[in-house]
Design a protein around this ligand. Structure first.
Ligand code: G3H
Ligand code: ZN
Length: 286
């Protein structure tokens, strides 16, 4: 069987050239993948399906890989399957072995030299088998599954270090810390747009914004204008799912059929994802 997954690099270079961002949406099960693909089809948008370590632990790498490949094979759109926040070498290799077309190696917990060496090792191996790589420089705050970075430990990406990091690691796209954080915000985050522009001017690889749920439409559009090409969304999809399930159960307390309970949740997630794709400017770029 030929899998039609594209690499993250292919999708993101097109986005960079045409000044939009590709949504990278976190997946944990079939319904989320169906919601994402339904949104992408309706809007003719490229899309990145990404699984965090928590997602892989929940569903199993085999299930996520099979669902991701099926999604790409059933669509004419550009689709990439990406590991989100991989923190160990073994897990990255496992995802590559199961057919992921893109991986993130997150060495942001290490000092610069170590992050460079750690990332470089993954890049060299991933590139040998045609898989492209995202890495993180600086420390994005908040909680993403089991990774927590407190407000005081979060550090913004230094543009000079970014140049060195990209040159020495050969990484394909770079996650930068510019004021967003994972999870639910208490108030509107303050994004350092000048920093995005500075980094954009010092490195030529596509830039990635994490912790993008709860960020206003205006701020996301501005981030894209400044040079962001990949936008990660997880929390807003979870909230959309939970809202719809709670509402349905409240109105139908005797319902026991999972299909009936999950259908409105899938529809709700699809709607949320479509709103994001419109903001990112990826509509009709498929
Ligand atoms: O890596 C995933 C994202 O950065 C998701 O962040 O949960 O704030 O949308 P979020
Ligand atoms: Zn993230």
């Amino acid at each position: 069987m030929i899998y039609l997954l594209m690499t993250g690099k292919e999708l993101l270079l097109h986005a960079q050239k045409n000044k939009y961002a590709v949504g990278a949406f976190n997946v944990n099960n079939m319904e989320i993948i169906q919601a994402i693909m339904g949104a992408a089809e309706e809007l003719n948008s490229p899309v990145i399906l990404q699984a965090s370590q928590g997602g892989l632990k929940y569903a199993g790498v085999e299930y996520i890989a099979a669902l991701g490949k099926l999604a790409a094979n059933s669509s004419k759109l550009p689709v990439a399957l990406h590991l989100d926040h991989g923190t160990d070498f073994e897990q990255v290799m496992q995802c590559i072995r199961h057919g992921f077309s893109s991986v993130m190696i997150d060495g942001s917990r290490f000092p610069l030299e170590e992050n460079i060496a750690f990332t470089k090792r993954v890049v060299e191996i991933a590139h040998m088998v045609g898989v492209t790589v995202e890495a993180e420089l600086g420390k994005i705050g908040g909680t993403e599954d089991h990774i927590t970075v407190s407000e005081k430990d979060a550090t913004f990406t230094n543009p000079v270090e970014a140049k060195r990091f990209v040159e020495e690691t050969g990484v394909d796209y770079l996650a930068i810390a510019v004021g967003t954080a994972h999870g639910v915000y208490q108030g509107e985050p303050k994004i350092d747009y000048d920093r995005i522009k500075k980094i954009r001017n010092t490195v030529d690889v596509p830039l990635v914004l994490h912790g993008s749920s709860g960020v206003s439409e205006e701020s996301l559009k501005k981030a894209v204008e400044c040079g962001i090409c990949k936008i990660n969304i997880d929390t807003d999809i979870r909230a959309s799912f939970a809202r719809a399930v709670k509402e349905y159960i409240k109105e139908n307390p005797d319902q026991i059929d999972p299909r009936k309970i999950l259908k409105p949740a899938t529809e709700s997630m699809k709607k949320t994802i479509m709103e994001k794709m419109k903001i990112f400017g990826s509509v009709n770029k498929g």
